[in-house]
Design a protein around this ligand. Structure first.
Ligand SMILES: *Cc1c(COP(=O)(O)O)cnc(C)c1O
Length: 220
């Protein structure tokens, strides 16, 4: 199947109100253009260098989302154009994103990544860590970021019950944060969860953004 056909098939599974982030990591500009020409505008990458190399050679109206673990010293490479950073997992990183966004005279949308999986290898905050940050004073000074919601990755397992429980937990975390800290913040509305293998469950559990690579572009 062509990328165009795979994209169409995936889009048929995604209801209105849920956005598709087509994860194009390790894929060529040619592959990305094929998806672009089929109408896709949101693409996700997980390495700052790869993203900053691809962005200038691809159409300007692509909305780039960064979805990988981010080192603070790499933020400057993507700050001039990145639209969303899904994978914020420290206050230090939030501060650096704010600083680089300020230098570019723009605002960068951020999602707080939560550790919902059982695997130790996955990154992310606990709820207590985020509450400490949101109760603190430093966060109030970060005027060039918008905290738009939460992101998480479920455990890589065949056990659908476990995956569903982990996604439900992320949605619960989102609701708690919304009620307690973001009740009047219109932009706090995103739950980024679901990949090629589990996006249908994620959508059933309230995802607003699915990050899908293999199902759109094929194996990496
Ligand atoms: C690679 C990646 C994805 C997409 O994974 P697929 O299984 O190829 O759909 C989603 N989210 C993150 C954070 C990733 O690194």
């Amino acid at each position: 199947m062509s990328i165009k056909d795979k994209l169409k098939a995936v889009l048929q599974e995604i209801p209105d109100g849920v956005r598709l982030v087509a994860v194009s990591k390790y894929k060529s500009a040619t592959d990305i253009l094929e998806a672009y020409q089929a109408g896709q505008r949101i693409f996700g990458e997980n390495k700052a260098q790869e993203l900053s190399a691809k962005q200038p050679v691809l159409p300007d109206d692509i909305e780039w989302h960064f979805i990988g673990h981010m080192q603070t010293n790499k933020v400057k490479y993507i700050a001039p154009f990145v639209s969303f950073i899904h994978s914020v997992d420290s206050l230090k990183l939030l501060k650096e994103i704010n600083k680089q966004a300020f230098n570019c005279n723009r605002t960068i949308n951020c999602l707080l990544q939560f550790h919902i999986a059982e695997e130790e290898t996955k990154f992310g905050f606990s709820l207590a860590e985020v509450e400490d940050i949101l109760n603190g004073n430093e966060i109030k000074e970060l005027t060039n970021i918008n905290i738009c919601g939460v992101m998480g990755m479920a455990t890589f397992t065949e056990n659908e019950v476990q995956v569903r429980n982990e996604f439900a937990r992320l949605r619960h975390i989102f609701t708690q944060l919304k009620d307690k800290y973001f009740n009047h913040a219109e932009h706090f509305k995103e739950i980024s969860m679901g990949m090629s293998g589990d996006f249908k469950i994620a959508i059933e559990e309230g995802s607003t953004m699915v990050r899908i690579g293999t199902a759109v572009f094929g194996d990496r």
